[in-house]
Every structure is written in C-alpha cells, then in structure tokens.
Design a protein around this ligand. Structure first.
Ligand code: DC
Length: 229
C-alpha cells in the first residue's frame, strides 16, 4: 500500500501571517496549497447568491458539498479562486465576506460538507494546509503541525496596512474589535473550535518577520524527518 501524501498544517487566527507563510512554504517545498478559509469564504458568496442564511443549515451543507472550487496559480503570483468556473478572488476578500464565512463556519453541516473537498486536495508530493482545524480535525495525521499566532493589535495593524495599500481607508480601532470578536466566535464554537492540536508547535509571529517564521517551520520539517534532505 502506498502511504498518503505528507501534510504540513498551519492553523491559527486571521492575520497571524498563515497565508503568506503557507504560500512561501508551498513554493519552497513544491507542495500543493490548501487555503481552507477561502472555501468558507466562497461558500459565503455562493450562499448569498441563492439567498441562504445561517438558519438554512442543511441546504448550506449540501451547497458546501456540491460546490466546484478550484485554486489556480496566476502570473502575478496570487492564487485565483474559481467557483463553478467563475473567478471570485476579489469578492471573497472583503471584510463582510470574512464575517459571513465565520458565521457559516460555526455550522456542523457546513464543516462536514467541506471535508471531502479538503481531503481530495491531499495529493503527492505533499500539501500545505492553512486554516483553523487542519491539525485537529481535517488532517490529524499531518507530519508537522504549526499553530501560528500574533497579538490582536499586531494582526489588525497588518490588515490595516494591506487595506490601505488597496486604497481602502478603514478604522484601526474598529478592525481590532472585529478581530477580537471573530477570534471569540472561532474559538468558542462547539464544532472544530480554533485551538492548537496537542502535538502542534506554537509560534508567535508578533515579533518575527515572514522569513524567520518560514525558516523555523522548515527546521521543524527537517527535524521531523518529513523531508528527504
Ligand atoms: O482564514 P480566513 O480569514 O480566510 O477564514 C475565514 C473564516 O473561515 C474564519 O473566520 C474562520 C473560518 N475558517 C474555519 O472555521 N476553519 C478553517 N479551517 C478555515 C477558516
């Protein structure tokens, strides 16, 4: 029997740097990349289009299981996200979409509806999986599990900078309180709450740059004998 493709999981709250770190690692390792948060965001877009809200849990679960989502690397280095063939990359990155995704993510049938899609992305030579429950629920047998955090203030400042670069002026104190609110909802929900797996390495990125975080994770992978060299 062939062994399944190795998985590196990177969990943690929004804004800890998981996306950038995971994409860098997937390039370095030449492994596939799963942005599981994007799946919840795509579902928020799809649900909005057919008028489904949190009160329609079973239909949302069915929608989650039947959506065709594709991640396609682009020339500008950004991964494009396609929903049933349509590029929804811009639509899923708004604050409103993130908040709706967080509400839908609290529903057990939504989470189980998305499981299969996530498991199918585990293919050779390996997968870098970024999310909240990658190490605890979706890939409990991952070779290395990382829980990446940073203080809410630092995470809000990073988000603020990104939004300003896009020409969007947002209020920093409001961002901090939205981040705190979302953390509470993600950590307090009954299913797959945001928490580190027992065997996860916890890394605080508040005072580390991306390169230093990537180096530490590469070291963990070598120590865990997940890499050939
Ligand atoms: O990482 P993100 O901000 O794109 O995620 C959007 C929302 O989806 C976030 O509020 C929590 C939820 N999520 C989740 O519950 N489980 C995951 N594995 C990934 C994201």
């Amino acid at each position: 029997m062939t062994s399944p493709a190795p998985v590196l999981t990177i969990d943690g709250p929004s804004g800890a740097g998981k996306g950038t770190v995971s994409q860098r690692l997937s390039e370095k390792l030449q492994w596939h990349y799963l942005d599981s948060g994007a799946l919840y965001r795509v579902l928020a877009v799809a649900a909005g289009r057919v008028g489904l809200g949190v009160e329609h849990e079973s239909q949302l679960g069915q929608l989650a299981a039947s959506m065709q989502v594709e991640f396609r690397p682009n020339r500008d280095d950004l991964v494009r996200v396609l929903l049933d063939g349509e590029d929804v990359s811009g639509l899923i990155r708004t604050e409103a979409c993130g908040n709706k995704a967080s509400e839908l993510a609290a529903l057990p049938q939504v989470r189980s509806g998305l499981l299969d899609l996530q498991h199918r992305m585990r293919t050779l030579p390996g997968l870098v999986a970024d999310g909240r429950d990658m190490g605890t629920v979706v890939f409990p047998d991952a070779v290395v599990k990382i829980f990446l955090t940073a203080s809410p203030e630092i995470r809000a400042q990073r988000r603020h900078k990104q939004l300003m670069e896009k020409g969007l002026d947002v209020n920093l104190p409001r961002l901090i309180s939205e981040i705190r609110e979302r953390d509470l909802r993600d950590a307090g929900r009954a299913v797959s709450p945001l928490r580190p797996a027992e065997d996860a390495f916890q890394l605080d990125s508040s005072c580390l740059d991306i390169g230093a975080v990537v180096d530490q994770i590469m070291r963990r992978l070598r120590e865990g004998h997940a890499l050939k060299s």
